[in-house]
Design a binder for this molecule. Structure first.
Ligand code: UD1
Ligand code: CA
Length: 451
């Protein structure tokens, strides 16, 4: 049976008070729509259809070819929104799985269960409900004496007696397609001038077709995001889910409530994450690392057995056994090879530091290629910018840079050479040479026992 998901994402999202379309607001680093799409895909066989409207072009760009978009303009309610998919799906789908794209916490397993029940249901609809103490403005589920679902009434239209019902409409439905398309054309118009998808329930009952339901027992799954207060609730639940999955896979998280890991981040076994750390974007961390406290890693790859103490790492590559911090800052294009040590107040940008290289204190390295086992003394700076261009610095293997050296790029220092404290190096230095002064001049050739 062909089951096609339809995600509703065209609403105005007025209650968010935002220039950004509601479904693109991020939850743990991914737009909420990404979660709904993922869940829908796992519960169905066909490419999802996303109904877009408010902020259509922005949403369409984000969706790309991960789904098919149809436009609803103007937004005349959730029933009218589904109708926009009729042309595309009338002759394609056997079952239509409708979810609202503002419900990122619905689990794929729950949707799968609904699809399974609808496959057995000779009637028209299987829907998801929840029993909750706080109705949160959700539609109420009305059941008959036989316990069967008879209708959904929206809060605004409910009688006081109906308002006291605590079984709520979550906003996920599996429909028999051939019945759905015609039913949508028969929907009544509401007082607000909208066509509610929820009114399909009463129509099915009128048609003598069974409406099945599943009661969702996990309240968290049913959080729908209408305001930024709900957004923060969804973020907290998602954060808990992500952190639990890492912990069950062998990562120690000292305080999961104070550890912020984006969806999609990978972390190896026996890595320890200390509080107030943020691990974001496309980031992978190897095994046996200690990250934090108070470390920020974004869009970076970290090897095994690294220590990242109170540091900021952005768009960088860090190989195995690197230790850095406190207050180290890797910027875009920084690449630290195996065993590099980066102490406090070091900044590295668009540069490679070779294996075993040490940079202990207060240095800036930009646009540099640095070999293995180089020692970078305290306060060393690559003067890489001449006001127009970023110029390169090359330090070959085993170079020793004295404290407070200025490397005025473009400049290259040959293997095993050294600079004196306070040197301002403006010209290339050959191998095995000691340079000192301002501007730096060679004062002697070095042989191996002087080093
Ligand atoms: C809806 C349900 C309500 C349910 C609640 C659960 C209806 C009429 N009501 O109310 O029973 O308890 O969700 O969260 O369905 N949308 C469109 N086009 C439109 C209107 C909305 O695409 O014309 C989209 C929105 O972008 C949103 C979703 O449909 O993703 C739900 O719309 P929303 O306005 O948030 O409905 P609720 O008031 O939450
Ligand atoms: Ca909603």
């Amino acid at each position: 049976m062909k089951t096609t998901p339809v995600l509703l994402a065209a609403g105005l999202g007025t209650r968010m008070r935002s220039r950004t379309p509601k479904v693109l607001h991020p939850v743990c680093g991914q737009p909420m729509l990404a979660y709904s799409l993922m869940a829908a895909r796992q519960a169905s066989t066909e490419t999802p259809v996303v109904v877009i409207g408010h902020g259509a072009e922005t949403v369409r760009t984000w969706v790309g070819d991960s789904a098919r978009c149809v436009l609803q303009n103007p937004p005349l309610g959730t029933g009218h929104a589904v109708l926009q998919a009729e042309e595309l799906l009338r002759s394609e789908a056997d079952l239509v799985l409708v979810t609202y794209a503002d419900m990122p916490l619905l689990r794929p397993e729950t949707l799968q269960q609904m699809v399974e029940i609808q496959k057995q249901n000779p009637g028209a609809i299987t829907l998801l409900t929840v029993k909750a103490p706080d109705p949160r403005g959700f539609g109420r589920v009305l059941r008959g004496k036989d316990g069967k679902v008879e209708a959904i009434v929206e809060e605004a239209a409910a009688t006081p007696e109906q308002l006291s019902i605590h079984e709520l409409n979550v906003g996920a439905y599996c429909f028999r397609a051939d019945w759905l398309w015609d039913a949508l054309h028969r929907l009544p118009v509401s007082k607000k001038g909208e066509y509610y998808l929820t009114d399909t329930v009463a129509l099915a009952v009128e048609d003598g077709l069974a409406v099945e339901s599943i009661v969702c027992t996990d309240l968290d799954e049913t959080i729908g995001i209408n305001t930024r207060v709900h957004l923060a609730e969804a973020e907290a639940v998602t954060r808990r889910r992500i952190n639990s999955a890492h912990m069950l896979a062998g990562v120690t998280i000292l305080d999961p409530n104070a550890t912020y890991i984006h969806a999609g981040v990978t972390i190896g076994q026996d890595t320890v994450i200390l509080p107030n750390s943020y691990i974001e974007g496309k980031t992978s961390i190897g095994e046996g690392c200690v990250v934090g406290p108070e470390t920020i890693i974004r869009d970076s790859s970290i090897g095994n057995d690294c220590k990242l103490f109170k540091s900021v790492v952005e768009s960088a590559v860090v190989e195995d056994k690197v230790d850095m911090g406190p207050f180290a800052h890797l910027r875009k294009g920084a690449h630290l090879c195996r065993g590099v040590h980066l102490g406090n107040f070091g900044e590295v940008k668009d540069s490679t530091l070779g294996p075993g290289t040490k940079m202990g204190h207060f240095s800036y390295i930009g646009n540099a290629t640095i070999g293995r086992d180089v020692n970078i003394g305290a306060g060393t700076i690559t003067c890489n910018y001449d006001g127009v261009h970023k110029n390169p610095t090359v330090l070959e293997d085993e170079v020793f840079i004295g404290s407070d050296t200025m490397l005025v790029a473009p400049v290259k220092i040959g293997k095993r050479s050294r600079t004196g404290a306070g040197a301002v190096v403006t010209k290339d230095v050959p191998e095995d040479t000691l340079v000192v002064g301002v501007p730096a001049r060679p004062i002697k050739k070095l042989n191996s026992d002087q080093k």
